[in-house]
Design a protein around this ligand. Structure first.
Ligand code: PMP
Length: 367
């Protein structure tokens, strides 16, 4: 399974997820939940952040940040590098934000200079950016964006759904207020958990709201006491937690920390680079315009001239490797996507490259 999420999960995680469901107030579950919250701070490199573990997908994590941090009339700047940037703009508008989108050309990033010019021109409350846009495999550098947020007093939100626990993120050092993700990607747990770590500054901004949060489920008023309680090893209730997934999360975060977060960043960087080199050797061009803006968690190669995407996907479908088609409207028929995050090994990369080579050959590719 080499799609950009859900990924292949570790057997130990699946074992934990498959255990009989306990009560959400059982002592062993309280311990798992509390421990998972503590480990999130280590994986996110955000020692003083507030972690949240909520039942839902990555879009819920995006929703939660938007719903809690935006009030009607607030200005929000969305830095878009593809499909998920556009989604964030739409989501923020739903909560009444006045949204400006700075969209990159397909395959590129928005320059830091352009972002700073915009922040100088207008006062914004919130700025969002997608670390790795899964539709384009473009990776932005979050560090200078975090610094701009700090300089201009703008709350920064990093959509890290396709990056957390794979690409390098130092949330606290880089001064990013919210780093959000979902369980099914590099965090390594089946779909169903929305995860985020929130800075003290963002919590303060939320406390200063004068209007109620526009989403009942997403409102931190309900969830903050629950997170604090579990971390203090007490049970609390707002909505039933996804008990089995939280148990799996404790195991997966433990494995991530056992590997070491720095070692994990390096491993992803090596695997990503190996895969891109193999694609280039095959003569395939990638959507990201340079190595500097290429994600390490997934790749997005264009089909070579003369190869039809539907033929290629059919040929791949009869191999033992599962890949994903394109996603970005307008060009989705012209490229495919390969996830290489989480526990992906060198052997997985070799097998995937071999399957792509064979599939292209069966479509008549001579490159
Ligand atoms: N943001 C990014 C960058 C994503 O890749 C995804 C999912 N592919 C999402 C947000 C939305 O997450 P979910 O599908 O879990 O709602």
């Amino acid at each position: 399974m080499m799609i950009p999420g859900p990924i292949e999960f570790e057997p130990a995680v699946m074992m934990a997820v498959g255990m009989p469901t306990t009560s959400h107030v059982a002592p062993d579950f309280i311990e798992s939940f509390g421990h998972a919250l503590e480990m999130m701070r280590e994986v996110w490199l955000a020692p003083s952040g507030q972690p949240f573990i909520i039942a839902g997908s990555g879009t819920l994590a995006m929703d939660m940040a938007g719903a809690n941090l935006v009030e009607p009339g607030d200005r929000a700047l969305v830095i878009s590098t593809g499909y998920f940037g556009e989604r964030y703009a739409e989501l923020l508008r739903r909560y009444g934000a006045e949204v400006t989108v700075l969209a990159a050309e397909t395959g590129s990033v928005v320059s830091i200079k352009a972002v700073e010019e915009e922040l100088r021109r207008s006062k914004y409350k919130l700025m969002t950016f997608t670390h790795v846009d899964t539709s384009t495999a473009v990776r932005v550098d979050p560090e200078p964006l975090g610094a701009l947020g700090e300089k201009y007093g703008v709350i920064t939100v990093l959509d890290g759904v396709c990056s957390v626990a794979g690409e390098k993120i130092r949330q606290e050092e880089w001064k990013i207020d919210v780093v959000l993700t979902a369980s099914q990607k590099a965090v390594g747990v089946p779909p169903g958990l929305a995860l985020m770590v929130v800075s003290g500054r963002a919590i303060e901004a939320w406390k200063k709201r004068t209007s109620p949060v526009g989403s009942y489920y997403s409102d931190w008023t309900h969830w903050l006491p629950v997170m604090k309680a579990y971390e203090d090893r007490r049970a609390a209730y707002f909505g039933t937690p996804a008990v089995n997934l939280v148990t799996g999360l404790e195991v997966s975060l433990g494995l991530i920390l056992k590997e070491g977060i720095e070692a994990r960043f390096s491993r992803h960087s090596e695997r990503g680079s190996t895969f891109r080199t193999a694609m280039r050797d095959l003569g395939l061009r990638m959507i990201p315009v340079s190595e500097e803006v290429s994600a390490n968690t997934l790749s997005a190669p264009y089909y070579p001239n003369g190869i039809k995407g539907s033929d290629f996907m059919k040929a791949i479908g009869s191999s033992d490797v599962i890949l994903a088609g394109g996603l970005l409207p307008g060009i989705k028929e012209s490229y495919f996507r390969v996830g290489h995050m989480g526990s992906v090994t060198e052997g997985d990369i070799v097998t995937t490259v071999a399957a792509i080579t064979r599939a292209l050959a069966s479509c008549g590719y001579k490159g």
